[in-house]
Design a protein around this ligand. Structure first.
Ligand SMILES: [Zn+2]
Length: 283
């Protein structure tokens, strides 16, 4: 099963960087989201392809026409928080207030009920079970925020195989559809979006996909924007990771959509045998 999702934010919504931390920094940059969204819409239209869009509430507030176009084009939306902050850097209360604001904003702009959520940077960790509790409390049915292994910032250890699971937390349950990991030279990597998707030639991506029974993609509007400026404050390594190979993303994704079947979260949810899916206990 291959699931196509996009995180809808602007080119300057870069995490872990003081120069792009929050609203007061974001206001210094010019938006490029409209032109980049058009590229995504065109790819999907040309391939008659469904997808799920996790949207930042701040974007919905500023540019409601973008959210309306996603919905009017027949796509489903989820929340990608309101102010795009790392969950493990927030207090439980800050997280919950932000979640409510994003859900309220996205529901009022889209007219859709918000049932899906993805945290910025897959930042729900073993240390933040309160985030899962808040998601359940506010009506989220499927979470896509877990990075199923340990990594430098956060990650979720003891997840086991990267596949959909039930998360049980404080006696309540939620469906989890995490990012998928793939072994490469002794390391567990994510090839379905971000730096590695752009770094690897398409043949490698194709080969990894054939070997995977669960692929969860994540693309951003900026991934298709080879002309974007670089945000200030990044190390050489992060510059490479953030900007390498941008001009090939569109063609690579198009090849990928041609070679494999991709579905949205709603279809994936219907196909998964949730009755026999394993349960992962948190806290
Ligand atoms: Zn994001």
């Amino acid at each position: 099963m291959n699931i196509l999702t996009f995180d809808i934010e602007d080119w300057f919504h870069i995490l872990d960087n003081p120069e792009t931390k929050g609203v007061s920094e974001w206001s210094k940059f010019e938006s490029r989201i409209h032109q980049n969204m058009e590229i995504i819409f065109n790819i999907l239209k040309a391939n008659n392809q469904k997808a799920t869009f996790f949207c930042v509430g701040w974007i919905a507030e500023k540019y409601p026409e973008i959210i309306r176009k996603i919905v009017d084009s027949g796509f489903e939306i989820g929340s990608h928080t309101h102010y795009h902050q790392l969950v493990y850097e927030q207090s439980p209360l800050e997280f919950e207030i932000d979640l409510i604001k994003s859900i309220d904003t996205l529901e009022s702009v889209s007219g859709q009920k918000i049932r899906y959520f993805r945290a910025p940077g897959f930042s729900i960790t073993n240390e933040t079970p309160w985030a899962i509790e808040a998601l359940i409390k506010h009506g989220i049915e499927i979470d896509c925020s877990l990075f199923p292994t340990e990594r430098s910032h956060g990650g979720f250890h003891d997840y086991g195989k990267s596949e959909p699971v039930w998360i049980e937390c404080d006696g309540m349950k939620i469906k989890e559809m995490p990012i998928n990991l793939h072994s490469f030279m002794g390391k567990e990597i994510v090839f379905s979006g971000g730096g590695y998707f752009r770094l690897f030639p398409y043949g490698v991506i194709k080969n990894f996909t054939k070997k995977s029974d669960y692929v969860m993609t994540y693309f951003h509007p900026r991934d298709f924007d080879a002309k974007q400026p670089m945000v200030p404050g990044l190390s050489m390594f992060r510059k490479f990771k953030s900007y390498y190979g941008l001009k090939h993303t569109e063609a690579k994704l198009t090849n990928w959509l041609n070679d494999f079947e991709f579905i949205d979260l709603n279809s994936a949810n219907e196909r998964i045998d949730w009755i026999n899916t394993r349960i992962l206990k948190m806290n």
